[in-house]
Design a protein around this ligand. Structure first.
Ligand SMILES: [Cu+2]
Length: 118
């Protein structure tokens, strides 16, 4: 009854803050889109992969070549070395619609691909 308007305002912002934190952790628990991606003869197969917007993506990358490669994407902010014959899991945050290019840093000219988010 005598609560100051200032205090209730603070309580409101704290509640809002907690709500957004829980919204964020819910988003983190959201089911990710799983995409299989191969790397062979210095090329990605398929060269174009797609995923829904605002959904985390898990790229399961298999390097079928004998040499190591490095999956890299500046726009997706990922970089991962995959040993020859090895595989890796690349976690990508939920993205806005767009085209996100990636490449093998060791063979940048031939090994290019893109994640298309719709
Ligand atoms: Cu790199």
């Amino acid at each position: 009854m005598f609560a100051s308007p200032m205090l209730s305002k603070t309580a409101f912002f704290v509640a809002l803050c907690l709500a957004s934190v829980s919204a964020m952790s819910t988003a983190g628990a959201q089911t990710a889109t799983e995409i299989q991606l191969s790397y062979k003869d210095k090329k990605f197969e398929p060269a174009e992969i797609s995923a829904a917007a605002n959904t985390p993506v898990v790229i399961k990358l298999k390097n079928l070549d004998a040499k190591a490669m490095e999956f890299e994407s500046k726009t997706l902010k990922v970089e991962k070395v995959v040993a020859g014959g090895g595989d890796a899991i690349i976690n990508v945050r939920a993205q806005k619609p767009g085209r996100y290019e990636f490449f093998d840093e060791y063979n940048e000219k031939t090994a290019r691909g893109a994640l298309v988010v719709k």
